[in-house]
Design a protein around this ligand. Structure first.
Ligand code: GTP
Ligand code: MG
Length: 202
């Protein structure tokens, strides 16, 4: 898919203030600092559409971007190790849960996982809860530029065997790097195909 336009729409502090227009949407979620905002910039080919930072906890609101005037990308705050006060952590957690459960036009959650580190309970629990609530999701392995090819293949295989302990099949996944520009076409093609199912939801 060609991205001809990508515009910031709004930052919502909770699900009740998210846009009310009928566009399919795709949200990017994962631990703080995994590379959600960087992936959005990479996919849209815009340097600073979503704000990134080397410090975890940069994104704290639900950020909407309108793509090709016909669908939304949503940058969510990270769960996990963000250094923010407990009260704010609680607010962010509730905001993410409400968002995931209540957004009717959420076509797919992209759950980002840093491929350099071993499977984390917080990610696995998040996937389990998405599956229990029948929220479609895929896994996006990020920062793949940081590993040599052999190690990358090994880590993906390890992740898969961890998942197969309790899933019948490995969820669909993408190998990406915002830095080395890997995985863009695959994700955009996936979204293009998924967008064609939007009519069925309306
Ligand atoms: P929060 O909004 O804080 O939850 O973080 P985030 O998941 O949006 O991460 P963000 O995109 O801000 O990136 C965090 C850090 O990871 C930044 O220093 C990025 O430069 C770096 N980063 C993101 N993607 C990649 C990648 O593909 N490769 C490498 N090497 N670094 C990356
Ligand atoms: Mg971010």
């Amino acid at each position: 898919m060609n991205i001809s336009s990508a515009e910031f729409v709004t930052s919502a502090a909770d699900v009740s203030t998210c846009p009310k227009v009928f566009f399919p949407e795709y949200a990017f979620i994962g631990r703080s600092n995994v590379g959600k905002s960087s992936l959005i910039n990479f996919l849209t080919n815009r340097k600073e559409l979503a704000r990134t930072s080397s410090k975890p906890g940069k994104t704290l609101l639900i950020n909407y971007f309108l793509i090709n005037k016909s669908w939304h990308m949503v940058d969510l705050p990270g769960y996990g190790f963000a250094k923010i006060p407990d009260k704010e952590k609680f607010r962010v957690k509730k905001m993410i849960n409400d968002y995931v459960l209540e957004r009717k036009f959420l076509m797919c959650l992209f759950i980002l996982v840093d491929i350099r580190i071993e499977p984390q309970e917080i990610d696995i629990d998040f996937m389990k809860s998405a599956a229990e609530n029948e929220i479609p999701f895929v896994i996006v392995f990020t920062k793949c530029d940081k590993l040599i090819k052999k190690q990358l293949a090994q880590n993906v295989a390890d992740y898969e065997s961890r998942m197969l302990k309790f899933w019948e099949t490995m969820p669909h996944y993408f190998i990406t790097s915002a830095n080395s520009k890997i995985g863009r076409e695959e994700i955009l093609d996936y979204i293009e195909v998924t967008n064609t199912h939007f009519r069925d939801l309306k």
